[in-house]
Design a protein around this ligand. Structure first.
Ligand SMILES: [Zn+2]
Length: 419
């Protein structure tokens, strides 16, 4: 049996660590390109500049001579480079340069090619993506095609994507096009809690929703002994990381949400950032996905669910997976031994997950998902999509039918309404 553990080369997390970013980025390459989004761009540029100043001071303290420039891309290309290199003391000078490039907003082939061209023309040695979602996917894809190291700096933790070795490539219009499987995970994932506590709490909560499914999906993959898309089996390490992820959510989730609402950095926030990003990221990639993400994929194709973030859909879908498992256990137990009641354990689990969702504000009813119990056609479409050949529903250890999925969604709605 082949097990595999995929993880970022280095994961760093802390409050106020942006000042140390340059110190770490330069270990991957001396010419860095920072890919930025419009949101808070001035603040982020200021923090990058400050990190290079801190690095410069650090080098001075260490007795190094260094030069740093903070220039626009065009200026960076100018004659300054040669004048520095040709000053006759090349061996004594450490050149650490950086520049910015604005992300145009869509992770499509055109945008990736545009940035790859810049990287190649300018001899960029490391790319750093500061932001979220599509910007990170673009950064990772550029690193892949240009064959340079990648650093990811999340400003929100609404999903477990930052650590993964995959990019979602869209069409120019923003529709899903394909998954790009990368050679390896980002070289560096660098999370400054200061960004996270300034972002809306809903994003942190959505990240908890994505992290909530990780243990249950890894467990399903372990039980079914299925092959994951990379050809390996669900690994024990990932399984135990996902278990730790769930424990962190239960222990710190409510407090972390409260602290982010009040923009407070705390142990609880740190634990949840780690759970949402590292534990869930490594957990899902090496532990495997199952029904929860398949049902999420089904809901993602339904327009009325569009108001929900990925992690919010995954949370609801996690409950659906647990009901499916309970129903399966019920049938198989009654076949084997009618005196044994294995329902109690799975029912308790469903109640714990439901309670957690309600406490942190994740959706637990069809209405909250933008669906209705009477609209059976839409539920049917979700079930159909989630059962497509390429969906991880097939990692469940038993046959799942459209009708079972619909019934499970209705049941989650029913128990969710009771809360
Ligand atoms: Zn996910």
């Amino acid at each position: 049996m082949i097990e595999q553990l995929k993880a970022p080369g280095k994961y760093m997390q802390g409050t106020g660590i942006m000042k140390d970013l340059a110190k770490h980025v330069v270990t991957y390459g001396r010419k860095a390109l920072y890919l930025l989004a419009d949101r808070d761009v001035d603040l982020i540029k200021e923090r990058i500049d400050r990190s290079y100043q801190c690095y410069q001071s650090y080098q001075s303290d260490q007795g190094y001579q260094s030069y740093h420039r903070n220039q626009s891309y065009q200026r960076y290309l100018g004659e300054n480079e040669s004048s520095l290199i040709n000053n006759g003391n090349k061996d004594e000078i450490v050149h650490d340069t950086y520049c910015y490039e604005m992300f145009k907003g869509e992770c499509d082939n055109e945008e990736i090619s545009r940035i790859v061209d810049i990287v190649k023309k300018q001899g960029i040695e490391v790319i750093v993506g500061i932001g979220s979602g599509k910007l990170h996917d673009t950064t990772k894809a550029v690193g892949f095609y240009a064959n340079i190291p990648v650093a990811i700096v999340p400003t929100i933790v609404a999903s477990d994507a930052p650590c993964s070795s995959m990019s979602v490539i869209n069409t120019k219009e923003g529709c899903f096009d394909h998954y790009l499987y990368l050679k390896h995970n980002p070289d560096l994932v660098f999370v400054d809690i200061d960004f996270i506590i300034q972002a809306p709490a809903r994003l942190l909560v959505a990240g908890m929703g994505d992290a909530l499914s990780t243990y249950f999906e890894a467990r399903a993959c372990q039980q079914s002994n299925c092959l994951l898309p990379n050809g390996s089996k669900s690994s024990d390490v990932a399984y135990y990381l996902s278990k730790l992820c769930l424990e962190s959510l239960y222990q710190y989730g409510v407090q972390a949400k409260e602290d982010v609402i009040n923009h407070i950095s705390s142990i609880a926030v740190e634990k949840i950032v780690e759970a949402n990003t590292l534990l869930s990221g490594v957990g899902f990639e090496s532990g495997g996905l199952a029904a929860a993400h398949a049902i999420n994929d089904g809901m993602s194709r339904i327009e009325s669910c569009n108001h929900r973030l990925h992690g919010e859909k995954v949370a609801f879908a996690t409950l659906v997976q647990l009901v499916l498992e309970r129903e399966y256990e019920k049938c198989s137990t009654s076949d084997r031994n009618k005196n044994v009641d294995s329902k109690s354990h799975s029912q308790k689990e469903i109640e714990e997950v439901l309670e957690f969702c309600v406490q942190v504000g994740l959706p637990v009813t069809l209405e909250e998902m933008g669906l209705t119990s009477g609209d059976r056609d839409t539920l049917q479409r979700i079930a159909e999509y989630s059962l497509l050949d390429n969906e991880p529903m097939h990692h469940m250890g038993f046959i799942v039918t459209e009708d079972m999925i619909i019934q499970a969604m209705l049941e989650v709605d029913c128990i969710g309404k009771g809360k």
